[in-house]
Design a binder for this molecule. Structure first.
Ligand code: F6R
Length: 259
């Protein structure tokens, strides 16, 4: 795992967008997994700027990480709509190059299995962006999710519903259930980039990065991934014991290596 500590969210966005630009340069039809929530927005803004400066995303493909169950199709806070707004529209990527699980399906169990097949048929995810919940979740894999899990229905913790209530009229509006790529599914992506911003994430980040591998901290599974990059702002890195080591390692890293 590589830990990169940068001054602020725009710097995080630039670094992650640079990795995506490099990937698309090598593989124009790369499948890029996107996360929703607040943390990755600077990445999408940075990609939009790069596109305005000539980055060609014409063949890139986008896939979704997770979705609420039961919001009607087209609901503005369904993650499908959020990805449309924040990623596809910004980057000029058409619907036919976008894939996601259908949280409004009558049979959500089948929707999960369908999505696993879709990802496999697409050749797997090349780069997956991840945020982290204050309870250590990745995707919507809440504490004690199996490290071997596949895309499935999960129940949100109260803490996650409270954290996400800001996107809805109130806590009661936040769905209880979600579809999420499983931890096993996420771990098959060729490169994982986890972003965390702000003091509220510092404890979860420290547990994930420097704590024991534990299902109660789902993000700790990144310790097992051969290519995982964790990009933090100073506040999110605030509880890391080895922060100075991570800083000096990154400062002396040859530029050609990228992240
Ligand atoms: C969203 C997702 C979640 C969020 C996490 C952090 O697709 O998978 O794991 O990344 O809840 O959310 P923010 O970035 O809003 O703090």
């Amino acid at each position: 795992m590589e830990i990169v500590i940068v001054p602020d969210a725009p710097a995080q966005g630039d670094l992650a967008a640079g990795a995506i630009a490099d990937l698309v340069g090598r593989k124009p039809d790369a499948l890029i997994g996107v996360a929703t929530g607040s943390t990755p927005l600077p990445v999408y803004e940075a990609l939009q700027r790069r596109r305005e400066q000539g980055l060609n995303l014409d063949r890139a493909r986008i896939c979704q990480l997770d979705e609420y169950v039961g919001l009607p199709a087209g609901h503005p806070e369904s993650y499908r709509e959020v990805v449309r707004r924040e990623v596809l529209d910004r980057l000029g990527i058409s619907d036919d190059r976008f894939m996601g699980p259908d949280g409004s399906a009558a049979d959500v169990v089948k929707a999960c299995a369908d999505y696993e097949r879709t990802l496999a048929a697409a050749g797997g995810v090349d780069l997956q962006l991840l945020g982290i919940g204050t309870d250590g979740h990745i995707g919507f894999n809440e504490p004690i999710s199996s490290f071997g899990s596949r895309t499935r229905v999960k129940t949100l913790t109260k803490q996650t519903r409270v954290d996400n209530a800001r996107f809805f009229a109130g806590l009661d509006e936040v769905p209880q259930h979600v579809l999420t790529q499983g931890i096993g599914t996420i771990m098959e992506a060729r490169h994982l980039i986890l972003l965390a911003t702000g003091e509220s994430k510092a404890e979860a980040v420290a547990l994930a990065v420097e704590g024991p591998l534990a299902a109660v901290v789902p993000a700790s599974v990144l310790q097992l991934h051969p290519h995982a990059t964790v990009i933090l702002d100073e506040a999110a890195a605030g509880q890391l014991k080895l922060a100075d080591y991570y800083r000096s390692t990154y400062a002396t890293k040859p530029a050609w290596q990228g992240i």
